[in-house]
Structures are given as C-alpha cells and as structure tokens.
Write a protein that binds this ligand. Structure first.
Ligand code: HOZ
Length: 427
C-alpha cells in the first residue's frame, strides 16, 4: 500500500501540531505506523491522499451514521451556510433541533446545545453539583467522558490507547473528587456509594461502554444504577455521546428502558459538524443560566450550520425501518467476523449493541476495563494493518468501537468479512 503522501503530510504536521494530530487516537500510536491523511469521504468509502480506498468503520468516531457527504445533509449544510455561519444570537433551527431531541430521547425535557461531547459532560457535571449541592462524582473505569479535568481519571479511549495512567495538569484535588468503580460491578459500586453517599452529586456512565472497546451493560447494571441513585438522591447521568441515536433513535435509555436524570449527547446530533448537548429533567435544567444561576455559555453554541446538519440527520434517521436495517446489517457483520475468527481458531470475544461492535483478541469474556485490557493488543495491531491492506478502515486502537452506518451495503459487509477471513488466517 502506497503511503508516501500521507507520510509527507504527517511529517509536516508534526513540526507544527503536537504529535501531528488534533486528537491523540488518530495518530496510530498503539498500532504502529503513520496515520493516513484523508482526502475525501463519500458514503462508506474513505479515500486517502495516496489514492487508497477503504470501507470506513470509524465514521469519524460516530457522527457519520448516514455515511460521509450524505446528499441531503450536504444540501442542508450549504443552504444554512449561505445564510451566514454564525450569529451569536438565537435562530429558529436551534429550537427545531432541540424539539427533535426532546421528542426522541425519553428522559430529556429540556436541552442546551454546546460544541462538543466534552463540553456537554463538563456542563452536566457542574449542573449536577449545583443541583445536589454535593461535590463528588462516580465514574466507571474505562469509560471516557471527554477530556475535562475531573473526567480524566481511569479513562478509556486515547487515555487507554496510549496507556496514560494520570494526566499531568489535572490537580490532585480535582481527581480526588472523582471516584471510580469497575463497569458492571454492582458490589464495588454499592460499597463506594454507601461510603460517599452524602457527598456524591452524580454517577456518570456510558450506558454501553464504547471507549474500552464495546462493553455492553449487564441486564441488571443500568436498572440497578437507577434504583440506587434514586435511593441516595444522587443524579444519574448517561453519557450518550456515542450511543445517542446510534443504538436506538432514543438512545440507549430507550433501548434499555432506563431513564437517567441528565443525558449528554454529541456526534450524530451534529451530522458531522461540531456539536454537543446536555439535557434532562426540567427542574434540573431550569438551573442553567439565564433561567437559573449555573453559568454555561458559548460563542458557537447552537451554531446554525451544525444545527442544520443535525436536524437533517435526525430526520433521515426518523424514517421507518432505519434502525431495523442497521440492526440487521450489524448482526450480519458481527456473525461474519465471528465465524471468520472461529475458522482461523483465533480467540476473539465479540460484543455488540445495535450498530456498535467490539472484537477483543481474548479468550475470556470482556465485561469491564480489566478484562478488556487482557486483550492481545499486538494481535489487534496486526489485524488493523491487515484490514487496511485489504481496504477496510477500523479504529487504530483495540479500545474503540467498530461502527456501522446506514450506507454500509451488503456487498461492502461481504467484502469486510472476506478481508477479515484473510487477516485472521495470517494471525
Ligand atoms: N474520543 C474519540 C474516540 N472515542 C476520538 C476523537 C478523534 O480523535 O477524532
């Protein structure tokens, strides 16, 4: 595979951008080699600057659920941009996107738009602290909730990929206010809650963990979290930045029928443009300025172009049968990959919730961060490069998700399975 132009661009980028990338996991650090510089995305196909083509299963880490450059989303973006790209004053489409979100996500009564998932989480945590008048937060090991100080504790995604234990720059006093428990571990979580109940403002969780690879919640985990948080007056925050509008139109909460107090969104709701949102119970959301005293603001919040892309994306997703078809295709690819691994006698533990797939090079079940970390990451790196050579782009890290879009056709899925069959045999 020719990568001369990508390499040259990467070398140039490294001189003026730290590590040559604007977000760490893109750098291929844990799988080796240099990142590919992308020239174009259309449907599920990515084209790099050297003229290589790939079937994309990263989808910009989630937003591109309709595939790249979807015609009607593109049209909405162009139409909106022609009216000006930012006003710093309210516009009609902000309310329209908010309305679509409130209608779709069962626990959201009011919603505030921001610019990224990180910002959504940061703001939701501040709000939870203000509402409960408590300071501590509980998160789960291997869950990633963006890069705000109090969330970079035992975090997944790039933190797990690069093996960074504690990020310098996070004051110890901040980190101390973040308690952590193993995902799916009710016993440890309960002990922590009992010990810290009076000071716990919120428990934040990815209802399907997607930043340590994909780890589904056990049947009891989310209902139990709902029950115990209610009991102790702790707010339950679902980080649905990945799962929102992906595992169900109404997010993981609609799929599992567990209602949090607050929900964080991002990715899909911006149709590929920068956005984030947090929302939930009206009595809590009413504390946000200017309705209430909890301050949070942003020059580009509710940006008209991002909002237009989001509205069109949600309208497309709302069409009948979309999620049924996504489910069918996701199941087909998961089964195909599983069979291919079996044929090659590769220990491969698969997970899937809707169009979110995980595949760990491990012989034992993966239910939390500790078991995810047992996966053979050297094998994953070989798998990753083998797939690339065969025209398939999966995440450059074992600790990320494989994502499907409505644009993945049966023939592309077939191609992916036969690529995996070849690669697994090589392992
Ligand atoms: N936090 C994202 C992965 N879970 C990575 C974002 C990016 O590098 O674009």
């Amino acid at each position: 595979m020719k990568t001369t132009k990508s390499r040259a661009l990467f070398n140039a980028a490294k001189k003026i951008i730290p590590g040559g990338v604007n977000s760490p996991v893109r750098a291929f650090k844990s799988v080796g080699g240099d990142p590919l510089f992308i020239k174009k995305g259309k449907g599920v196909i990515l084209e790099d600057v050297d003229g290589n083509y790939f079937v994309d299963y990263v989808l910009s880490w989630g937003p591109m659920i309709l595939g790249h450059a979807h015609p009607s989303v593109l049209k909405a973006i162009i139409k909106a941009a022609k009216r000006g790209s930012s006003y710093g004053a309210p516009c009609h489409d902000e309310t329209e996107l908010a309305r679509l979100i409130v209608q779709a996500v069962p626990s959201i009564e009011q919603v505030r738009l921001v610019n990224s998932g990180t910002e959504a989480v940061m703001s939701a945590i501040r709000l939870a602290r203000a509402f409960t008048k408590r300071d501590s937060i509980l998160k789960f090991e291997g869950c990633y909730h963006g890069h705000a100080d109090h969330m970079l504790v035992k975090a997944g995604s790039g933190i797990a990929t690069l093996g960074i234990p504690d990020t310098p720059g996070v004051p110890k006093a901040f980190a101390r206010q973040t308690l952590t428990a193993p995902y799916n571990d009710i016993i440890t979580t309960e002990k922590l809650i009992q010990k810290h109940a009076k000071d716990l403002a919120a428990i934040i969780v990815e209802p399907v963990a997607g930043n340590m690879g994909v780890v589904p919640p056990s049947d009891e985990f989310l209902p139990w979290l709902r029950m115990i948080t209610k009991k102790y007056g702790i707010l339950l925050i679902f980080d649905e930045v990945i799962t929102g509008f992906r595992v169900h139109f109404g997010g993981a909460q609609a799929r599992f029928k567990v209602m949090p107090d607050l929900t964080c969104l991002g990715k899909i709701i911006g149709g590929g443009l920068p956005i984030g949102a947090y929302g939930g119970r009206k009595d809590i959301m009413q504390m946000i300025a200017p309705a209430g005293p909890v301050y949070q603001a942003g020059t580009l919040s509710g940006n008209p172009v991002a909002v237009a892309a989001g509205i069109e994306t949600l309208r497309q997703l709302k069409k009948p049968g979309v999620y049924k078809e996504l489910e069918r295709k996701s199941k087909a690819i998961a089964e195909g990959l599983g069979e291919a691994a079996k044929e090659a006698r590769i220990p491969y533990y698969q997970t899937r919730v809707g169009a979110m797939l995980g595949g760990f090079f491990s012989g034992s079940p993966v239910t939390d961060f500790a078991s995810a970390k047992k996966s053979d990451t050297t094998k994953y790196a070989i798998f990753f490069h083998g797939m690339l050579r065969n025209g398939v782009y999966v995440a450059p890290s074992q600790f990320e998700a494989m994502l499907l879009s409505t644009a993945h056709s049966d023939s592309k899925i077939k191609h992916t399975i036969s690529a995996a069959r070849k690669v697994f045999k090589m392992l």
